[in-house]
Design a protein around this ligand. Structure first.
Ligand code: ADP
Length: 571
């Protein structure tokens, strides 16, 4: 894992070395000051050597100026190093997630993906530069300070060593507790967010059941926990800081007391005591940094581990080594004794499904809800792969084709249309981003949505809102039909909306759909009588099995399962 982490430093190694070099030099410079003050007090001032005094002050001024420049570099470029590594990781993880299969998304919460991409990467970026910086700065400042202190006065240096373990222990114990508290608070904020999100998204349900009070109660519950977590955190924070500051004060007191005792014994000069006090001042900051280091490092390591967990997930569906394309695609589909189950459940969802669709033919799939209609059509673009059996297009097994090629040749109109947050134009253009305005307008015309778009004040530039909330179901579906018109694939999969649309929308959609399916091989998951009457063939599914096949008329005559669906008004 360390190797993988270091790999992210590599492209930015120059920045890394500059950052570390500057941190090191800044600590060396900081250590020099007390020693110079001591020489000033011990020698130059008693000697009334004005020249040496002035030179010392000028030198100190120069050191402070250089330190300022170093600090600027460390602050700016250290953080930029973190940001650039974060950028690389974010690109990598987003690109990887794009490649993952439906199976992954079926079993992963969106919130988790979001927090990997935002919180975790943020933490890693901070740790990536702060951890090595802190380590170098602290170790050098502490070691360097003690080097001088031991040179000046070994006894007092030993006295100055004594409080260190206590301070570190204090910091590790309460610092750790404090960060646990912070984490608890963050989790509670996440609970608050998801409660608000759920309630706002489901506001129609809330109101229609008049359950506002219930929602308020639920919210109060998480809000109280948030309040308690925060109060507890501030308690620990109070203990930590007051304790740490008390220990710091005691540190000064101890060094001054030790200095006074040694002075009375005639074993130290006042200027050495001053130098010691200045060194204590320098040491306190790195001690705090060192206390942070372990926790910060652990947190960073945990975040990076979660990052690698996702990066290590192999997409279930990948192109085979010699995956092919072919041209022209005519559109004959053959589904050959296909068996399928989802990875999350042991039950077969499709059993021995066998049928074919000739070039340019329209086929409707009908069946009760849960029969497996959506599942079978999701196998054709290879969103999932069957465990047994094959599916082929124009005689080519889809497993041997390039996924990209396969999906470029299939147009999919989903039942629950997803529109991207953007304009109508952007959403239609999604079908073929390189299309020109004219082609886009033509697609809208074919999809029976052109007049509606023109009636809007902003026309094609109208924002559709998140997931297209500002449009009706029928309008959204027609936009998604326009998208497929623009894509113009030889194969079409159409999942008809089950929820009833108003009659006008319904007929506009059906017209658009028939227009779209002309000269294309089409598979429709059908819920309407008016649809099944128009198709060349109907396939009837029952509990994952294909039970009947034929035209509307012939199937009715048979008086079998289709007839039952028909009489129960299920189509
Ligand atoms: P239909 O489209 O005919 O209503 P589906 O193909 O959606 O039926 O579903 C068939 C069965 O597969 C149902 O029992 C459903 O619960 C299950 N199912 C659908 N999608 C998934 C999935 N992503 N993971 C696990 N089971 C699923």
């Amino acid at each position: 894992m360390i190797k993988r982490f270091i790999a992210y430093y590599k492209p930015h190694r120059l920045l890394f070395f500059i950052d570390m070099g500057v941190a090191l030099l800044a600590s060396v410079l900081a250590i020099l000051i007390p020693s110079m003050v001591r020489t000033l007090l011990n020698t130059h001032i008693p000697d009334k050597n004005i020249r040496a005094i002035v030179i010392s002050f000028l030198l100190m001024l120069l050191i402070y100026l250089v330190k300022m420049v170093f600090e600027f570099i460390r602050m700016k470029w250290g953080h930029i190093l973190g940001v650039r590594m974060e950028y690389d990781m974010r690109e990598d993880i987003f690109g990887h997630i794009q490649k993952l299969s439906f199976n992954y998304f079926d079993n992963t919460k969106t919130g988790h993906i979001m927090s990997r991409i935002s919180n975790d990467l943020n933490t890693i970026a901070e740790v990536a530069h702060h951890a090595p910086e802190d380590l170098i700065l602290s170790v050098f400042l502490v070691l360097g300070s003690f080097f001088f202190m031991f040179r000046f006065n070994a006894v007092l240096a030993f006295i100055a060593l004594a409080p260190l373990p206590f301070m570190l222990l204090w910091g590790i114990k309460y610092g750790g507790k404090m960060r646990q508290g912070f984490r608890r608070v963050r989790r509670k904020i996440a609970d608050i967010n998801s409660t608000v999100e759920n309630s706002v998204q489901g506001i129609r349900e809330v109101k229609s059941y008049a359950n506002e009070d219930l929602e308020i109660e639920k919210f109060e519950n998480v809000n109280i926990h948030f309040k308690m977590a925060k109060e507890k955190m501030y308690t620990i924070m109070g203990i930590f800081y007051s304790g740490f500051h008390f220990l710091s004060d005691m540190y000064y007191l101890l060094v001054i007391a030790g200095g006074a005792w040694l002075y009375l014994e005639g074993r130290i000069t006042p200027s050495d005591i001053v130098a010691f006090i200045l060194y204590v001042n320098i040491i306190l900051n790195p001690i705090q940094r060192l206390m942070n280091f372990t926790e910060q490092f652990n947190q960073g390591a945990a975040s990076f581990e979660r990052f690698t967990e996702i990066m290590d997930i192999e997409p279930d569906i990948e192109d085979r080594p010699h995956a092919r394309t072919f041209r022209p695609v005519k559109g004959k589909i053959q589904v050959d004794h296909v068996w399928f189950k989802y990875s999350s459940s042991p039950d077969w969802i499709l059993q021995d499904i066998h049928f074919s669709v000739a070039e340019g033919e329209s086929v409707a799939i009908v069946g009760e809800s849960g029969a497996g209609k959506s599942t079978i059509v999701s196998l054709i673009p290879r969103f999932y792969e069957p465990q047994r059996g094959t599916i082929s297009i124009d005689g080519h097994d889809i497993m041997d084709l390039k996924q990209r090629f396969l999906r470029e040749n299939i147009g999919l109109v989903q039942q629950n249309v997803f529109l991207f947050d953007g304009t109508i134009r952007e959403n239609i253009m999604y079908g073929r981003p390189l299309a020109d305005e004219e082609q886009m307008v033509e697609a809208a015309r074919y999809a029976n949505i052109y007049d509606f778009i023109l009636s809007l004040p902003d026309g094609f530039d109208t924002y559709v809102g998140e997931r297209g909330v500002k449009l009706s179901g029928g309008q959204k579906q027609r936009i998604s039909i326009a998208r497929v018109f623009l894509k113009n694939p030889p194969l079409l999969i159409f999942d008809e909306a089950t929820s009833s649309l108003d009659t006008e929308s319904e007929s506009l959609i059906q017209e658009a759909m028939f227009e779209l399916s002309r000269d294309r091989t089409t598979i429709i998951i059908a819920h309407r009588l008016s649809t099944v009457r128009h198709v060349d063939k109907i396939i009837v599914l029952n509990k994952g099995r294909l039970v009947e096949e034929g035209t509307h008329g012939s199937l009715l005559q048979k008086e079998g399962f289709y007839h039952k669906l028909y009489t129960k008004n299920l189509i």
